[in-house]
Structure formats: structure tokens, C-alpha cells
Write a protein that binds this ligand. Structure first.
Ligand SMILES: Nc1ncnc2c1ncn2[C@@H]1O[C@H](COP(=O)(O)OP(=O)(O)O)[C@@H](O)[C@H]1O
Ligand SMILES: [Mg+2]
Length: 249
């Protein structure tokens, strides 16, 4: 059984835009799935369906074999979404409060919240800044804070929407390392990006969206020659093969 299965998913907005047209996608336990596609192809709209933020016009999503709408609170604990704009998500007065927000909403015990918050802050390297105001963090630190806010829920699946956009070179490297560490630690990861050259060599799978549908899905090396047709720049592959297509060294 797949961890998550998207079946025949369509979404029409109130203004008539048909943003998704019959998306099929299976996310397997242990995947580091790269989801690429030109602007407007439906990536973010698909992401918002994965924990029920948007409701499908047609089709359904299964998590561990069960339709997600049967228990959305449980789905939201297991499926963490890291959105592109970190500012939009900030609610706390301090970094620590920000991270504690999710567990407090679930009325976890104070001890449990403390344990989880410390662990999440350590994982993203923000313990030293725990008392700082979130708005005073750098762009890269804000994105790591958003990751901590998801990690603290101990999700099974983490989806990152354009995680590298707007980060400087060290910021990209740090987040990339963080994503790979989470993957090695047993999390299933989806990275939505059109900057595939930064991480393609680390991906177990590549899926491509175009005009609201998944049009290609498979091993990265097998899809390389089709990318440009879908508006994605084909990354250069040097002597190391596709494993070398990553910004990590
Ligand atoms: N709230 C909305 N109302 C109407 N159309 C929308 C809305 N949000 C997104 N869309 C449209 O849905 C399509 C897919 O958008 P999106 O998923 O954001 O693309 P991307 O692949 O760049 O993330 C686009 O045509 C976009 O304009
Ligand atoms: Mg998007």
C-alpha cells in the first residue's frame, strides 16, 4: 500500500479555473519525490489538497489506504506542509512560541510540548534563537523555523513548496542538508521545485505536472530528455551521472 494515493483529482475554482484535471500520483513510504512543472501547472493547488486545505471537485486522496476526509485532524498531524512564504505562517511572539503553536492547539501536555519543541529547534539549528522574535530572523532562518513548526508535529510526510526560492547560496545548502537529513531519518518527503538541478541527484523519484495533470512520473534519469517539453530546464549531467546533479558536495 502506498503511503498516500491521489486518485483522479480535479479542482475547479469558483471563477471557473480548472486548476487540476485528473491528477494521479502515488507517494511511497521512503520516497524523496521531486514534483516539478512550469508556473501555473497546479503544483501548489495539489499540495493544498494533501491535508484537506482544499476540497477536490472530483477524485479522492487516500492516506495509508483511508480517505483523508474521514479524519482530517489525524491527517494534518501526519502530513506537514511547508509553504513558500514563511512570513505568512508566523503567529508567535518568539521562535519557541511559534514552534509550540501546533502542539498547544492539540492540547498536548506541557512536558510533551517542551520535549518536542526542543527537539524540533535542535533539528533545524535554531535553539540559540529560541527567544528571538520570528520577524527578526533572516529569510533562511524563517524557512527553517517553518520546518521546525512542521517537525514538532512528528509527521510521516513532509511537503516543501519551492523551498529554495529567495534563499542565498548558504541558505540553500543548509536547507538541502536539512531535507536530506529528514529523509535519511525515515521521513517521506515531497519537494516541489522548478530548480531541480539543486536536488535532482538526491531524489528517488521525479514527477512532472503540466496543465493540471501529472504527465510524467518515474526515475529521474529516465525523464531527463522529456523535461524541456514541459517547460523545465534540463540540468547538465556531468561525469558523475545523475547522482552528481545536486548542490551538495
Ligand atoms: N484561488 C484561486 N482562484 C482561481 N484560480 C487559482 C487560485 N489559485 C490558483 N489558481 C490557478 O490554478 C492554477 C494552478 O496554480 P498553482 O497550483 O498555484 O500553480 P504552480 O504550479 O505554479 O504552483 C493557475 O492557473 C492559477 O492561476
Ligand atoms: Mg506554486
Amino acid at each position: 500500500m502506498s503511503l498516500m494515493e491521489v486518485q483522479g483529482l480535479s479542482h475547479r475554482f469558483a471563477d471557473g479555473t480548472l486548476a487540476l484535471r485528473g491528477v494521479n500520483l502515488a507517494i511511497e513510504e521512503g520516497d524523496l519525490l521531486l514534483l516539478a512543472g512550469r508556473n501555473g501547472s497546479g503544483k501548489t493547488v495539489l499540495m493544498k489538497h494533501l491535508n484537506g486545505l482544499l476540497k477536490p471537485t472530483e477524485g479522492r486522496i487516500l492516506l495509508e489506504g483511508r480517505p483523508i476526509e474521514e479524519d482530517l485532524p489525524a491527517v494534518r498531524r501526519k502530513v506537514g506542509l511547508v509553504f513558500q512564504d514563511p512570513d505568512a505562517q508566523l503567529v508567535g511572539q518568539t521562535v519557541r512560541e511559534e514552534v509550540a503553536f501546533g502542539p498547544e492547539n492539540l492540547r498536548m501536555s506541557a512536558d510533551e510540548i517542551e520535549r518536542r519543541v526542543e527537539e524540533a529547534l535542535r533539528a533545524v539549528g535554531l535553539r540559540e534563537l529560541a527567544g528571538q522574535a520570528p520577524r527578526r530572523l533572516s529569510g533562511g532562518e524563517k524557512r527553517r523555523l517553518a520546518v521546525a513548526g512542521i517537525l514538532v508535529m512528528e509527521p510521516r510526510l513532509i511537503v516543501f513548496d519551492e523551498p529554495f526560492s529567495g534563499l542565498d547560496y548558504p541558505g540553500v545548502l543548509q536547507l538541502l542538508r536539512e531535507i536530506l537529513r529528514l529523509h535519511r531519518g525515515g521521513h517521506t518527503i515531497v519537494v516541489i521545485t522548478h530548480e531541480i538541478e539543486k536536488i535532482l541527484g538526491n531524489a528517488t523519484r521525479l514527477a512532472v505536472m503540466d496543465r493540471g495533470a501529472v504527465v510524467a512520473d518515474g526515475r529521474p534519469v529516465e525523464l531527463l530528455d522529456r523535461l524541456e517539453g514541459y517547460g523545465i530546464r534540463r540540468p547538465e549531467v556531468n561525469g558523475k551521472g545523475i547522482e552528481g546533479v545536486t548542490w551538495l558536495r
